[in-house]
Design a protein around this ligand. Structure first.
Ligand code: NI
Ligand code: MN
Length: 224
C-alpha cells in the first residue's frame, strides 16, 4: 500500500492495484502536485461538499469512471452530473472490493455554491478505511468531539487530522483529538492553504509523543 498527501486534505492511497483519492482539491490548491487532467482514480471519497474538498471530483470521476463515495445528498447531486456514486451516511459502513469503508461523523457544514447560492448537501463526515490489515482515518473538516474516543476503538494505524483552526480544529483541539483517537501515527492536514488557516505544524508535532506525528512532504510516500 502506498499513501501520500497532496496538500490541504487531499490524500491518495494505492492499494491492490487500485487508486483511492480523498478530497481531491487540485485546481486552486497552491500546494497540490497533482494534475487533475491526468491523475488516476478508481475510488474518490468526498468528506463534504465544500469546494476545497469536493475540488475536482466531477472531472476526475468522469474521466476515470471512478466510483464516488460520499454522503447521500451530495452524492445524489453528483449523480445528476453523470458521476457514478455510492451513497453513505455517517455511522454506516460497506464492504467494497478493496476493503471496508465506514463514514464517521464530523461537526462541520457541507454546502456547495449552486447558481450563486450556497446549498447544504447532507452532513459533513470523515472516513475509516480498512485496507490490507491497516486502519486509516481521515477526519475531514471537523471540530473536536468526544466520540472520537469511539472512533479510536477501531485501533487506528494512521490518522489525518485538520489543524488549521478557524473552520476546523486548531492545534490545541487536534492534540486532544489525537489523545481520544490514539492512532499509531498522525498527520496534520488542512493548514497554510489560505491565510485564515495559517499554522505551524511543528507545534502540533511537539505536543505529541516522539515519532507519533509525521509532516510529510507533498506527494511523498508516507510510512504506514
Ligand atoms: Ni469544509
Ligand atoms: Mn475545508
Amino acid at each position: 500500500m502506498q499513501i501520500s498527501w497532496h496538500g490541504h486534505s487531499c490524500v491518495k492511497i494505492e492499494t491492490q492495484g487500485k487508486v483511492i483519492l480523498i478530497d481531491p482539491f487540485i485546481e486552486g490548491n497552491p500546494f497540490s502536485d497533482l494534475d487533475s487532467t491526468k491523475v488516476k482514480a478508481d475510488y474518490i471519497l468526498v468528506t463534504h461538499a465544500h469546494s476545497d474538498h469536493l475540488g475536482d471530483t466531477v472531472a476526475i470521476a468522469k474521466r476515470n469512471q471512478a466510483l464516488v463515495i460520499t454522503n447521500l445528498e451530495l452524492g445524489s447531486y453528483l449523480e445528476t452530473l453523470g458521476v457514478k456514486v455510492h451513497l453513505m451516511q455517517p455511522g454506516g459502513s460497506y464492504q467494497f472490493n478493496i476493503g471496508k469503508i465506514k463514514m464517521t461523523p464530523a461537526i462541520h457544514g457541507s454546502s456547495l455554491e449552486i447558481a450563486g447560492v450556497p446549498v447544504t448537501l447532507g452532513l459533513a463526515g470523515g472516513f475509516l478505511l480498512y485496507l490490507e490489515g491497516k486502519v486509516i482515518y481521515h477526519a475531514g473538516d471537523t471540530a473536536l468531539f468526544s466520540d472520537m474516543k469511539l472512533i479510536g476503538e477501531a485501533k487506528i494505524d494512521l490518522a489525518f487530522l485538520p489543524i488549521g483552526d478557524n473552520y476546523t480544529m486548531g492545534i490545541e483541539d487536534a492534540l486532544k483529538a489525537t489523545e481520544f483517537l490514539n492512532p499509531k501515527q498522525v498527520i496534520p492536514i488542512h493548514y497554510n492553504t489560505f491565510e485564515l488557516i495559517k499554522q505551524d505544524p511543528q507545534k502540533f508535532v511537539e505536543g505529541l509523543k516522539p515519532k507519533q506525528a509525521q509532516i510529510p512532504k507533498v506527494g511523498a510516500v508516507i510510512d504506514c
